[in-house]
Design a protein around this ligand. Sequence first.
Ligand code: MRU
Length: 374
Amino acid sequence: MENRVEKQNSLQAILYKRGSLQLLDQRKLPLETIYLDVQDANDGWVAIRDMVVRGAPAIAIAAALSLAVEVSNLKDFSGTSDDAASFLGKKLEYLVSSRPTAVNLSDAASKLKEVVSKAASTAKDTTGVFQAYIEAAEIMLQDDVASNKAIGSYGARFLLHQLKDFDRISVLTHCNTGSLATAGYGTALGVIRALHAEGVLERAYCTETRPFNQGSRLTAFELVYEKIPATLIVDSAAAALMKDGRVNAVVVGADRVAANGDTGNKIGTYSLALCAKHHDIPFLVAAPLTSIDLSITSGEEIVIEERSPKEVLHARGGLGEQVAAPGIAVWNPAFDVTPADIISGIITEKGVITKNGTEDFDIKGFVRKATSNS
Ligand code: MRU
């Protein structure tokens, strides 16, 4: 169900209160602010697949909350606590199948499955299991903003230290990693927000991010909304921008970081990293620990989602009129993998992972230390 909101220019992708979830329809931005009601896991699955909500952390949270809403409004459920846990487990598996590349979704699902199976072993009845699920999903929403703010602050400090010879810093970013891609504030865009708040951001550059235009529609919208000095470029202008000396650092988000640091992110990220390497510009990935997948050793194991040719053939990421020659074949991978050897650092909510003068990242060691301290 569509719900036009009075307040224009809202940057809140997810509106949630117990029993009710609305998602900002990001396909309509920046021209219209429309929220769609999500009543159950099925609505959540469709909203994720159809890009109503997108961005790795936002997908995970929207999925978790869509099921929380379904469970909050369940009239009756006949079965044992174990039945309730298995009902939730199946719904979570279904939600994970909506988009394959971002690990945040499967990470959230396995954490939630753990919560419900623990609750099933102790709860007196199914209400206890459902309650435990709802509370855990709600905590994910709250934790995301705090972790993004920490990423912003670590990233800004790191860049200021790395680039201490510059009074002010210009940063290029790709896709949308801001409030709209998360529960709020953003990851790579959070770093830009933090630099701006410190008064040291000269300018943010954002790419259009063809074919879905997350950069021109969403990141540009957020930057204008926040009054951050910013310039939009076409994707293919990035190398020329770097050659002109207009960019001091590139900061992007991640959908999945392998144990060796290889990073899956929006298509075009790899090209930006290669250009940055050539121009000796730091290339940083900003991502919460939930984007790190220690179960895969390298980026070769990252499943890359291929999306409809229509996104390329038609304007507005497939939503507008056809602009490409009819009959042409299309290859439309939504993501690519940037090898760890051309990534300068990975900014997380627990600090920045660097190579410390060695050839490789020790991501496992970093995560072990970070999670044992929390
Ligand atoms: O296809 P999308 O819009 O979901 O892709 C989003 C990205 O690639 C982002 O860079 C990534 O999810 C990180 S968002 C904080």
